[in-house]
Design a protein. Structure first.
Ligand SMILES: [Zn+2]
Length: 142
């Protein structure tokens, strides 16, 4: 069964101090990941303190956009009216080889539920959902 994606009106993005650099880069179709500027540990989503060294210093290196599905779920039940025509859709946690330890969550595109699986290689692509707002999605690498 071909998977769909949630419509723009169902996607709410509320950047804060710790996530704004990610969304600013996303608007330019650049994938970045928070990395501790003191010990080098990657983390996503970023929070105020590094879980390894408690530093608050962050840097945002750009990533290549390749990843591997770590886990996923296929949503069949539309939990809001905006999702009525969007099911089934898949949400995956993707590991990123150039950001070890971090996992990025996003929808999957260009795949059916029979092909979907843990370990599948994917590439990020960008969905422009509103003026100045883009979200990462993942497409299988063929
Ligand atoms: Zn650290």
């Amino acid at each position: 069964m071909e998977l769909r994606t949630p419509p723009p009106e169902a996607i709410v993005i509320r950047p804060d101090t710790w996530t704004e650099p990610f969304w600013a880069a996303a608007a330019e179709h650049r994938l970045v990941c928070a990395r501790c500027a003191d010990c080098g540990r990657y983390r996503m989503p970023p929070g105020p303190f590094c879980p390894a060294c408690r530093s608050q210093a962050l840097e945002w290196p750009e990533l290549g956009g390749r990843g591997t599905i770590f886990s996923y779920t296929v949503v069949h039940h539309p939990v809001t009216a905006a999702l009525r025509d969007a099911v089934p859709y898949a949400v995956a946690a993707v590991t990123l080889p150039d950001a070890p330890g971090a996992r990025l969550v996003g929808n999957l595109v260009g795949i059916d539920s029979e092909t979907l699986g843990i370990g599948l290689e994917v590439q990020v692509e960008w969905a422009d959902i509103r003026e100045g707002v883009s979200v990462p999605r993942f497409r299988p690498v063929r």
